[in-house]
Design a protein around this ligand. Structure first.
Ligand code: HEC
Ligand code: HEC
Length: 288
């Protein structure tokens, strides 16, 4: 038995993955996410964006519908949702002076509610023509406007802040720009999405496009949408950034992932986000 085949077995990847035919199975039920008894209601599907040209069928789905009842329930109760403690820490940091300029985020941006809508359009091209994720904007403010230290991409303070900012857009449809100056980044991200990586020679599409709805190990494969990020992972007992999730998925193919925050991952972030254009931002979601 070759090494590649052994590791395939170790991963427990079902034979479905090697079948050329499409094997995706759409969820049979798509209830809304009803938070705090209806204070917030989030649909879990939307019409597939035109640029997908039917690659995911005619509907796109939140990762929430692929999770078990217990995990779903945690996201339907802001009190039980473990992300919320980290959101609180993010809001505290928002109001705390840091750095040589004696400023907090609030000194310039006022209440964190002023960030409403920001998450829905990230990542986006900045004034200098670069594709920036929310983390880049935050660190730009910290280093160039506050005289504070940059936070590491997936450090706890950074994830607290991206969570707190994302929550302000809860319920707003994802709406990343893919044309104009964003086009070349989007094209590159698309190329990465369809490239087969690692010993297992699997692309993102092999799992999240051709096989969503299938079981892989004990996991119910979703479409790999990003509208819930950052998420709280029960298994990892902590918050997980999008680039951390990308890293984990690439590592599962036995490949060396790109650096978190790299150009490649930001391009990929834009492309994957665009596959979810129309799904509501979940802000602070829970995954297993
Ligand atoms: C000295 C003033 C100042 C401080 C302090 C500051 N910012 Fe900013 N921030 C700005 C300006 C100016 C922009 C650019 C606005 C624009 O061009 O639309 C910006 C942009 C942003 C953006 C991008 C928003 C968008 O819609 O593109 C985010 C996110 C952000 N800041 C987060 C933060 C966070 C988090 C902190 C605290 C850690 C912070 N900022 C501190 C002035 C500040
Ligand atoms: C071997 C199959 C496999 C490959 C290849 C793979 N993933 Fe995943 N991915 C998973 C599994 C399993 C999960 C956890 C269950 C789920 O949400 O699908 C997951 C979860 C995700 C999630 C979180 C979805 C949510 O709602 O929480 C994102 C985003 C994601 N993957 C993106 C990617 C991207 C981008 C690539 C390509 C770089 C990729 N994945 C490649 C198996 C894979």
């Amino acid at each position: 038995m070759t090494k590649a085949i052994r590791s395939l077995g170790a991963l427990g990847i079902s034979l479905a993955l090697t079948l050329p035919a499409l094997a995706e199975t759409a969820p049979t039920e798509t209830p809304d996410i009803v938070i705090d008894g209806g204070a917030v209601t989030l649909p879990t599907f939307a019409d597939a964006p035109a640029h997908l040209e039917g690659a995911l069928g005619d509907k796109i789905y939140s990762g929430w519908v692929f999770r078990d009842a217990e995990t779903r329930a945690m996201q339907e109760d802001d009190f039980a949702n473990p992300s919320m403690a980290f959101v609180d820490q993010g809001i505290e940091a928002w109001n705390t002076v840091d750095g040589t300029e004696g400023k907090s985020c609030a000194s310039c941006h006022n209440e964190i509610e002023s960030m409403k809508g920001v998450r829905a359009v990230m990542p986006k091209v900045n004034a200098a023509g670069e594709l920036w994720s929310m983390e880049n904007y935050i660190n730009d403010c910290r280093t160039n406007r506050m005289g504070a230290e940059a936070w590491k991409w997936s450090s706890q303070p950074m994830e607290n802040m991206t969570l707190a900012i994302s929550l302000q857009s809860r319920g707003m449809p994802v709406d990343v720009a893919i044309d104009g100056p964003a086009k070349p980044f989007w094209e590159k991200g698309k190329e990465i999405y369809y490239t087969r990586y690692g010993q297992l020679e699997l692309s993102c599409a092999n799992c999240h496009q051709q096989n969503y709805g299938q079981m892989i190990r004990a996991d119910h494969l979703s479409q790999g949408q990003t509208n819930g990020f950052p998420v709280f992972r029960i298994n990892g007992a902590g918050t997980v950034s999008l680039h951390e999730r990308f890293s984990g998925c690439i590592r599962d193919t036995r490949a060396e992932p790109f650096e978190q925050g790299s150009q490649e991952f930001r391009d990929l972030e834009l492309y994957v986000a665009s596959r979810g254009n129309g799904l509501p931002v979940e802000g602070a979601s829970v995954r297993h």
